[in-house]
Design a protein around this ligand. Sequence first.
Ligand code: HEC
Length: 393
Amino acid sequence: MEAYVIEWLSMLLRWLHLIVGIAWIGASFYFVWLDNSLRPPRDEALLRKGVAGELWAVHGGGFYNPQKYLVAPDSLPAQLHWFKWEAYSTWLSGMALMTTLYYWQAGSWMLDPARAALTPPQAVALGIACIAGGWLVYDSLCRLLVDRSALVLGAVYFGFVVAVAWGLTHVLSGRAAFLHVGAMIATAMSANVFFRIIPGQKKAVAQMQRGEAPDPALGKLAKQRSVHNNYLTLPVLFCMISNHYAFVYGHDHAWAGLALILLAGALIRHFFNQRHRGQAQWRYPLAGVALLAVVAVWFAPASGAARAGEPVDFAQVQQVITARCTACHAQHPRLVAAAPAGVLLDTPDRIRAMRERIWVQAVQVRAMPLGNITHITEDERELLDRWASRGDN
Ligand code: HEC
């Protein structure tokens, strides 16, 4: 029953997280595009009012004419929309999903006994420490390097993220490590909105309500953080989908592959930012694609050439699968509510049909059995390897 409840919670939370995440990232993409597409107004009256840029657009049958004020308009409108719940609800639903899937079931989703002998509470504490500590480090870096260029700050933060990825992939399961790198970055992005951007804007509005000119430094700080958020969107989204791809997170050098993919995401984002300004430079996305190609070639599995050794008796294979896999991968599994990913390994035909995927998951990337909860041995993995790669039986 508990497994069934977890499945429902996780399905609903994932749905919610995706919806609010789209609203947040969509608004972020829109505003960056808008900012980069503004052109100085031709109308003198607008310039005198303090409008620094405007844009004309048509969408859904209507014409739109957003205008950006350099600091702020002379008087505030009665209705002012704040963009914040998109970010907050993404973080809240994301943490709820993380708790349901990873913290509630840390034994199977977070641990990898082949990497470190952690207990589930230790793994959960490590995960939470990364998420919270990651924000403190990022925020301190922003203050310490306030006078340095955005590139220096970006390089130092990237180094920190890679160090965390290296550490986590040595102690947690690959998927938990990747997801925590993503959650750490995404938490810094939401905290930027919650602790820096919105309070800065609130202060500026309060200053205006008192009839003072708003402090331009507040606007600059909010802008700096929102630029960071913009460059982090594609890297974070990769981390969020990475748990489907054991060939990346399960690799021996998964942390290095992750670093290159995150970098590729930021480079591709940079290209779009420039393109909106009419300054597209193709070397950035090309460099990004080259990095992805490096990972693809580097992580390609060794050819499945037949291993030397005795032919394998299928009865032995079935015995291993039954002992180590069917607690989850069966029509009526014992440990989960329904066979995960629809993978059924409870008859000889089904096992044979899944030969290739069994090899990938249990031998090559060693993502299965999940958390090695059913204690598969090295000899058994070797048996599966010989069976899958020989192609007989
Ligand atoms: C504790 C439960 C559990 C056990 C035991 C287990 N698995 Fe899985 N398996 C899962 C879950 C959960 C997923 C879905 C992973 C996901 O959603 O990314 C999965 C997914 C898979 C997939 C599909 C992955 C893909 O995306 O292609 C294969 C193949 C697989 N398991 C094979 C095995 C084999 C072989 C064994 C035994 C050696 C095994 N599993 C043991 C829980 C388990």
